[in-house]
Write a protein that binds this ligand. Structure first.
Ligand code: EPU
Length: 417
């Protein structure tokens, strides 16, 4: 099993190119099931979750080709298997995103029910309730959701909780349903907007994406398209913290700074220097970092997917900060590993209290999920001496060649087996 070894203490400098967003690519790949025509997806990040989704689509009978420049071509003409099996879903819960498109186009789907995961229970009840309102029957038996419909119809659906993949799943179901669907209290993450752009390019009629109310008028069929995946705002934010935590100076290129407004404003608040351009931004870290509280909320507020990385930064703060996690009930596993590196953190329910200023020292640590792994890499970059991070397969699910990108900025980092 691969590990990552870091010798901390280097100030990172230079330019880094941001890859496509994993969380925009996954629903886009699922959406290729909505048409028998060719779909080209550009700027795909070649991370493990993308390969898992490719394997899932191929297992169902889709044809997928890898082309140049991070582009793949998908053709879902010969779908024979309407099932997302346990073996794939257990490694990536976003597999559940095929449920909406399969029901919409084939009126039937069998998808393994995702179990709990390291960061929380993560049920899919809101996906299923929404599909039922649209005329599907969803039964859970033997660990699978068995869904079928005589034909989906439009519905008014109000989400109790903002759910990103729930919004995406129902949007993909509604584009081929009869009549109008209204999704209220919908997620307005940029990844949802990116999916809506793709669906419109396929001929769907969608309005209001990027707001809390999305209206979809079903059409009879969808056509192929060419679609570009947006840059990964979480990867960009992770590199921003890499600059801040190492007192470095990094130009973060090929991203959309508007998607990072809450993160960049929080970083400015703690004393990091940010200069924003059209398609990138520059981050300069300084010796003094102020400790400031943060609370995670759905977009456009501070994202849960940046909470672990921000916690690593707060270990360098000049006082005490309180980090409140409102999205997932168990997303503080990294705190225990950061403590092993010398941090002073107390977790009380949904809050982590970080007393800054204790020097971080390298240690052997274990990654527990994707963003937790990123926070350990960041802590390792700032720590004195050697850090070895185990279970980096979590990191490989969502970051493209992270060790190469960091080494390009001057980090002493390598992958070891
Ligand atoms: N929830 C329910 N019922 C549902 C759906 C969600 O109670 O049917 C709850 C969840 O348990 C959670 C909250 O609603 O407490 C929000 O979860 P959401 O459904 O928005 O999460 P998700 O769609 O499963 C996506 C990202 C996550 C990211 C969250 C929140 C993808 C593939 N995943 O997950 O990304 O943390 O939204 O922004 O888009 C990551 O990239 O590391 C990651 C975990």
């Amino acid at each position: 099993m691969d590990k990552i070894r870091i010798i901390g203490g280097k100030e990172l400098r230079g330019n880094v190119e941001i890859s496509g967003a994993k969380n925009a690519a996954l629903p886009a790949m699922a959406a290729t099931l909505l048409t028998p025509e060719n779909v080209w997806l550009e700027n795909l990040p070649y991370v493990r979750d993308i390969m898992t989704t490719r394997a899932l689509l191929e297992s169902m009978g889709a044809h997928v080709e890898t082309l140049e420049n991070e582009t793949m071509m998908f053709k879902a003409a010969g779908i024979g298997e309407l099932e997302a099996p346990y073996e794939l879903v257990k490694t990536m819960r976003a597999s559940v995103l095929v449920l909406g498109p399969m029901l919409a186009r084939f009126k039937k789907a069998r998808v393994s029910l995702p179990g709990g995961c390291a960061i929380g229970a993560r049920p899919i009840n809101l996906h299923l309730q929404g599909l039922e309102k649209m005329g599907a029957k969803c039964d859970v038996s033997h660990g699978y959701v068995e869904a079928s419909t005589a034909g989906l119809h439009g519905a008014y659906i109000q989400f109790d909780t903002v759910t990103v993949t729930g919004t995406e799943n129902l949007m993909m179901a509604a584009v081929l349903a009869g009549g109008e669907t209204m999704l209220d209290n919908a997620a307005c993450e940029p990844e949802v907007e990116n999916l809506a752009d793709m669906l419109r390019a396929m001929g769907a009629r969608i309005e209001g994406d990027g707001t809390r109310t999305i209206r979809i008028r079903g059409v009879k069929k969808l056509k192929g398209c060419r679609h570009r995946i947006i840059p990964d705002r979480i990867e960009a934010g992770t590199f921003a913290i890499a600059a801040a935590i190492t007192r470095g100076d990094i130009e973060i290129a090929n991203c959309n700074p508007k998607h990072l407004a809450s993160v960049l404003s929080q970083l400015s608040l703690v004393g990091v220097e940010i200069s924003i351009g059209e398609t990138g931004f520059r981050v300069r870290g300084h010796a003094d970092i102020s400790s400031k509280n943060v609370t995670t909320y759905p977009y456009p507020a501070f994202p849960t997917d940046m909470q672990a990385q921000y916690m690593a930064l707060m270990t360098r703060g000049d006082g005490t900060s309180i980090i409140t996690e409102t999205i997932f009930e168990n997303r503080f596993m990294h705190a225990l590993e950061l403590i092993r590196m010398g941090a002073d953190i107390t977790v009380e329910g949904r809050q982590a209290i970080v007393h800054g200023g204790r020097p971080l020292t390298g240690a052997n640590v274990q990654a527990s999920d994707l963003r937790a792994s990123a926070s350990l890499v960041l802590a390792g970059l700032a720590a004195e001496g050697e850090t070895i991070i185990d279970r980096v397969y979590h990191l490989d699910r969502g970051y493209v060649r992270i060790e190469e990108k960091l080494a390009g900025l001057g980090a002493e980092i390598e992958r070891i087996s």
